[in-house]
Design a protein around this ligand. Structure first.
Ligand code: CP
Ligand code: NVA
Length: 310
């Protein structure tokens, strides 16, 4: 079968068509089922991982995934080279792509991921920017398929900050024909361009994207309930003020009880228990948060296989 993703980068969920998203998710399921079939695919190949921010899941899942496929991953910490300070993003992309076969970058500005992709001669993967977190949403969707057997038609509710994770959920959910329901306070709702883009996609796929501040009312009948921290990396100084704004947006047992009985509870992690989510909710049978974390590795292995075309 031809691979339409070969040689491409993934900066945004918007970079994928509905068929390409399905290809990544089907490949992720195959990789998880039979990892041995992929164990030499990246022999003698190198993944360069550029981090401007901290990470547990992204770093370890990419590195372990590359090891499992016979390759090597190099972790480049925020202190190794300061993007745009020690040298330009353009030069970093050119130099790094002379050594590495694939690049993953976790950045503040989304423009840095786009600039790396523009000047790299190998695929660049967004491992989280201030604007999007596509790898997370691929793992989320793999987890939803495992639990519910499908994506199209499901109501996916996200409660909290209209941030990078929310943006990728809107675009990814729309691509898959899901009904994405963002509940966020006014002033913290998603970027209007992402709302317009995801609604345009949803019109073609039979899905929908709605934005509301009706918490918890709009969580009723959810098939997927999701939340993320109220203050993202880089917003630490706003944390106290945000805690006040988001009071009332916590996912607790009452909110879970409003969702469908077989609702899948997700959180990208790290969690701040007692703020955006209560600990007891994450230990119910509805919770798939640790399958979701594990699936980061399987989904990203699939993504790297497809982008590298190996
Ligand atoms: N969910 C996620 O991206 O986790 P890390 O920040 O630990 O990589
Ligand atoms: N929105 C969070 C996600 C962490 C995985 C952040 O950007 O910090």
């Amino acid at each position: 079968m031809s691979n339409p993703l070969k040689g491409r980068s993934l900066a945004s969920m918007k970079d994928l068509s509905p068929d390409e998203l399905k290809l990544v998710l089907d490949t992720a399921a195959a990789v998880k089922k039979s990892p041995q079939e992929y164990r030499s695919k990246f022999a003698n190949k190198t993944l360069g991982m550029v981090f401007q921010k901290p990470s547990l899941r992204t770093r370890v899942s990419f590195e372990a995934g590359m090891t499992q496929m016979g390759g090597h991953a190099i972790y480049l910490s925020p202190t190794d080279f300061k993007i745009g300070e020690r040298e330009t993003t353009e030069d970093i992309a050119i130099v790094l792509s002379r050594f590495a076969d694939i690049i993953m970058a976790r950045t503040f500005g989304h423009d840095i991921v786009l600039e790396l992709a523009k000047h790299s001669r190998v695929p660049v993967i967004n491992g989280l920017s201030d604007f999007e977190h596509p790898c997370q949403i691929l793992a989320d969707m793999q987890t939803i398929v495992e639990r519910r057997g499908k994506l199209a038609g499901l109501k996916w509710t996200y409660c909290g900050d209209g941030n990078n994770v929310a943006h990728s959920i809107m675009l990814g959910g729309a691509l898959a024909g899901m009904h994405v329901n963002i509940i966020a306070p006014k002033g913290y709702q998603p970027d209007p361009q992402v709302t317009a883009d995801s609604q345009a996609i949803a019109r073609k796929t039979g899905g929908s994207v709605t934005i509301t501040d009706d918490m918890p009312g709009a969580a009723k009948g959810s098939d997927v309930l999701y939340t993320d921290v109220w203050a993202s990396m880089g917003q630490e100084a706003e944390a106290a003020a945000r805690k006040k704004v988001f009071a009332g947006y916590t996912i607790d047992m009452k909110v879970l009880g409003m969702a469908n009985p077989d609702c899948v509870l997700l959180h990208c992690l790290p969690a701040h228990y007692g703020d955006e989510i209560m600990y007891d909710v994450t230990r119910t049978k509805n919770s798939a948060i640790f399958d979701e974390a594990e699936n980061r590795m399987h989904a990203q292995k699939a993504l790297m296989l497809l982008l590298a075309g190996v």
